[in-house]
Ligand binder design. Structure first.
Ligand code: NIG
Ligand code: FE
Length: 418
């Protein structure tokens, strides 16, 4: 039995060449087929094309194929969200008020709030409870159209609690339909007790945490918050090298709070992505142009913290690819809604809807090392799809920024109730 989606008003992000990323001017060119069909065989996109070319036997009364009629609806590949911290305990809306009263992200962090606050709460939360909270968020992002997601540790800040988070991520890999990549982010903040000796904490990450994480095979990637007030370029260098010895490729938080040198150190180690990158100038663009590293913007964090916006337009005009991700976390982006991220990307970063769609699908899949599997409508890729409500055009998705518009989702070939 196959699943045949028929009468699709427009099939969007079709790429016969199955490119692994899309950059520069090409980001504004989106492959689509109007009045289309799509065939799913098991977990896989088997074929697609114009309705006029659909072999009649596939939808005849005698066939046992499942037919989905998408009249008036648009089909997209599911969103890929290459940067989240969605395994966390509780929430931090108290800081929300502090921020509104005028305290900066750095000031809140200095007072022991921020990431350290989440670490305290996480320490007091059992692994099962943490899993249930994270599962709720995973189901929420599925209903909002996300099909693949990267999730980081980083609210543990000691070996035991970091491993607790990574085990929860592993459980989510096993129990949800999401395609998940996990990242070890022990270097998310320096715990209070190491404030006067941060290098001792770096030693702990390198000598204890990384080997333990590797022994349980809990992390695909390694991340460091390389920024003013957090980890220096030298510390980042040491941590990335230590992780790479165990096969964890770098993906880093860079240049969110200052021109930190984070982009350069990421590129030096062939990072899969450098993320945030609000403070990016010509020098960093030049470095990125000579690399295989995906510049990733996090429009939710910049919106929520009222930060300067990364120069996405300038990067694309210079020929770079750009990815967008939600950064779903309790401190700087308490949502994983990728459709909303596309709206922010269009309005605040001057990205065209076509560019934002590439950024939220194929390029964000690249930023987590899975663009050979998902991120476009291409034969042989995993059937991770969004079927919209009846809408006038694909641009309507980021345009109507407050409406849900996701009618149903298909993950690994199966329809999921949303
Ligand atoms: O990506 N920048 C560092 N980490 C997160 C924020 C984490 C938090 O505040 O809890 C981010 O924005
Ligand atoms: Fe982050």
């Amino acid at each position: 039995m196959k699943t045949v989606i028929i009468n699709i008003k427009e099939l969007v992000q079709v790429d016969d060449k199955a490119r692994l990323l899309v950059k520069g001017k090409d980001m504004a060119k989106l492959g689509t087929i109007k009045d289309a069909y799509l065939i799913i065989n098991g977990e896989i996109i088997e074929d697609y094309g114009k309705m006029a070319d659909l072999p009649a036997k596939l939808i005849s009364k005698n066939s046992d194929n499942q037919i989905i009629d998408a009249t008036g609806k648009i089909v997209f590949p599911s969103f890929c969200d290459s940067h989240t911290h969605l395994v966390y305990a509780g929430s931090r809306e108290i800081e929300y008020s502090d921020k509104i009263r005028g305290l900066s992200y750095e000031e809140i962090a200095k007072r022991g709030g921020g990431i350290l606050n989440s670490a305290k709460l996480l320490h007091q939360t059992s692994e099962d409870e943490l899993y249930l909270q994270a599962l709720g968020r995973a189901n929420e992002i599925i209903s909002q159209g996300t099909g693949a997601v990267e999730i980081k540790s980083g609210y543990g800040l000691n070996a035991e609690d970091e491993i607790k988070i990574l085990r929860v991520i592993k459980r989510l890999k096993e129990t949800t339909a999401l395609l998940i990549k996990s990242t070890f982010l022990g270097a998310h903040a320096v715990p209070q007790e190491y404030k006067s000796n941060p290098d001792d904490y770096v030693d702990l990450i390198i000598n204890e945490m990384i080997p333990q994480v590797a022994a349980e095979d809990l992390a695909d990637y390694i991340d460091v918050f390389c920024d003013k007030g957090f980890f220096t370029v030298e510390q980042t260098d040491r941590i990335l090298l230590a992780g790479m010895k165990y096969g964890m490729r770098a993906k880093i938080h860079a240049n969110e709070l200052a021109k930190s040198g984070g982009i350069q150190v990421g590129v030096k180690y062939n990072a899969l992505s450098v993320d945030h990158i609000e403070y990016t100038e010509d020098e960093e663009i030049e470095v990125l142009l000579k690399s295989d590293t995906m510049p990733t913007i996090l429009p939710g964090a910049a919106f929520f913290l009222n930060m300067p916006f990364a120069p996405a337009r300038k990067m694309m005009d210079a020929g770079l690819p750009v990815a967008i991700a939600s950064d779903y976390n309790p401190g700087s982006s308490p949502t994983g809604n990728m459709k909303l991220m596309m709206s922010f990307a269009c309005v605040n970063y001057k990205m065209l809807p076509e560019e934002a769609i590439h950024a939220a699908t194929i390029n964000s899949a690249y930023a987590m090392g899975i663009s050979d599997l998902v991120g476009s409508i291409s034969k042989g890729k995993i059937a991770n799809l969004i079927i919209t409500e009846k809408i006038p055009s694909f641009s309507f998705l980021p345009y109507a920024y407050g409406s849900n518009l996701i009618n149903s989702v298909i993950l690994k070939g199966k329809e999921i109730a949303v």
